[in-house]
Design a binder for this molecule. Structure first.
Ligand SMILES: Cc1ncc(COP(=O)(O)O)c(C=O)c1O
Length: 405
């Protein structure tokens, strides 16, 4: 037996901390929106590594960027700056509301920086009383202790001892619930333009605009968590661009690295000035390899024809899902935007998203869930229509199997 074939799923249970329950297969190779497992079985990838692989697997521009940088310089830490980090930061600034960028390694770390900055900004400018963060039920902002506490899912934050305080939760898309909590003690309101893990729930325009106005009225910062919605996923570089609402702080990760770990916090010069030397940091944040790959992602994705393609792909996904639904009546609606879509299970199939996800994998298509009631699709932004059609044929077989079981 070769060394390769001894690596089995059973080894996971033997040597890994049991906080994940990965699928039975072990993928070993990917190209575009196709993935192959150890046995050579091929899958259509509608999951994108949970909204990460924005250009599919092994995109030539990203492979080239990492190879070039790998031959030059891997790491310095932030005692020195580096060219890829500065080039990437300049491009993020040039293409968004922001003037300044802080680099992290993940979405949670970008959010951790955002929440600490909001607190520090408010402390410096208004005093210690202004420390309240308002977030929303079902929201998800990462797994560090501050970010699970701000997140709106007790299952992720409970059972770890005392939580960071002054975090309040309102109801998403309910402006009155924000009005009831916001005051001059609020330092920030934090939200996802489309709640991802919570079930692919888009903020309404009135809600987001209303939250912006309430933040202005109470001198609170609007923090948009675009970790899942960012970098072209909704058909604009960032989802806030659909709404005509400008945040004070924005966080981005996932698609930014197209599969290489990187996160970033974007903000204005004035707000950024409150994270003075020594107040926050990270050994790896702004790592040259990560930034070189992210620069190639941004250059490739931030093109009008790619953004148009994302919206065309959304239409094809919706048509295909509607056709499946007409045959099998499993969804009550399809919601989301661009390549972040959720098929909401109707009353009859409520709570069974995992069954659809498992059946999909059995039939050769990788999907995701977003809670118990929603099957989520977050594929490559540049997935081809042929791959969408092939994946949907397989998904139809999966739906058929669940419905007939
Ligand atoms: C909206 C949002 N914020 C933050 C995170 C956390 O990102 P990471 O897992 O990279 O820490 C996620 C991950 O799913 C997310 O969807």
């Amino acid at each position: 037996m070769s060394g390769q074939s001894q690596i089995t799923r059973a080894l996971f249970d033997e040597v890994m901390v049991p906080n994940y329950a990965p699928a039975g297969i072990i993928p070993v190779k990917g190209e575009g929106s196709r993935v192959w497992d150890q046995q050579g079985r091929e899958y259509v990838d509608f999951a994108g590594g949970i909204a990460v692989s924005s250009l599919g697997h092994c995109h030539p521009a990203l492979v080239n960027a990492i190879k070039q940088q790998a031959d030059k310089l891997w790491h310095l830490s932030n005692v020195m700056t580096n060219e890829p980090a500065l080039r990437l930061a300049k491009k993020l600034v040039d293409n968004t509301f922001a003037d300044k960028v802080y680099f992290a390694n993940s979405g949670a770390e970008a959010n951790e920086a955002a929440f600490k900055l909001a607190r520090r900004w408010a402390l410096d400018k208004f005093g210690a009383h202004k420390d309240q963060i308002i977030s929303f039920g079902k929201s998800f902002h990462g797994r560090t202790f501050f970010t699970v506490t701000v997140g709106g899912q007790a299952a992720y934050s409970d059972g770890f001892g005392p939580k960071p305080g002054a975090v309040l939760h309102a109801e998403f898309n309910n402006l009155d619930s924000v009005k009831a909590l916001i005051s001059d003690n609020t330092c920030a309101v934090v939200l996802e333009p489309i709640q991802g893990e919570g079930g692919i729930i888009p903020a309404t325009a009135e809600f987001l605009q209303g939250v912006r106005e309430l933040c202005n009225k109470h001198n609170a910062l609007l923090v948009l968590d675009e970790v899942q919605t960012g970098v072209g996923r909704t058909g604009k570089l960032y989802a806030y661009m659909h709404y005509g609402v400008t945040p004070d702080i924005l966080t981005t990760a996932k698609s930014l690295g197209g599969g290489f770990p990187i996160g970033a916090m974007l903000t204005t010069t004035e707000i950024a000035s409150h994270l003075k030397v020594g107040t926050h940091g990270s050994t790896y944040g702004g790592n040259p390899l990560a930034c070189a790959v992210a620069e190639a992602v941004l250059d490739t994705v931030n093109q009008p024809e790619v953004m148009a393609k994302v919206l065309e792909n959304e239409q094809l996904f919706r048509q295909q899902l509607d056709a499946i639904n007409q045959k099998y009546q499993v969804f009550s609606e399809v919601r989301g935007k661009g390549m972040l879509l959720g098929a909401v299970l109707n009353e009859k199939y409520k709570g069974r998203s995992r069954d659809f996800f498992l059946a999909a994998a059995e039939h050769g298509v990788m999907a995701l869930v977003a809670g118990p009631d929603v099957v989520r699709f977050a594929p490559s932004l540049v997935i081809t229509p042929a791959d969408i059609r092939e994946g949907m044929q397989r998904f139809e077989q999966a739906v058929k199997q669940v419905v007939s079981a």
